[in-house]
Write a protein that binds this ligand. Sequence first.
Ligand code: 5GP
Length: 187
Amino acid sequence: MKEGKLIVVSGPSGVGKDTIVNKYLEKHSEDELSISMTSRPIRDGEVNGVNYYFKTKEEFEEAIKNNEMLEFALYNGNYYGTPKAEVEERIKNGINVILVIEVVGAMNVKNIMGDKCTLIFIMPPSMEVLKNRLMNRGTDSKESIEGRLDIAKKEIGISDKYDFIIINDNLEKAVRDLENVIKNNIN
Ligand code: 5GP
């Protein structure tokens, strides 16, 4: 059987990457999302095992030690990472797996997986738009938003290492662009 591919989607916090990927998956249920593990506190409305596997810092470090993570990174003071077993199983079964992860983890995945993965960066139309989206989302404190904007500048700085860049100035168009990249360049 043909193996599935790994599709890595990154972009600054607030750029809308989860929304774009979820809308893509509504149309393409043949592809699947990887659920990450994190040590960040759960937000209102999030569900353990759906949005993330929420763990303590100690539990996360234990998983790293036991070699259970495909990749992980520290982001804004918390661990985030991709559990290896689920991803490997799906790829073996011919399923394309989408990882929505930050840039350090994305670069690590590229190093480990090489040609088996494609990197896609979602770009905001401007930093101003990004700041407004983070403030209007209302899920993060002022400090967290400032941290996320600082990280965003660094992330945009390495977007040239990605295979494809999609600008999210219109949600429907960004979803179509993602569809085109995946269906024309990956399968
Ligand atoms: P948030 O706290 O907003 O849910 O996520 C913060 C950042 O961590 C986002 O850029 C998100 O894509 C990234 N992230 C989520 N899961 C993972 C993961 O498994 N690995 C890595 N490296 N980053 C992740």
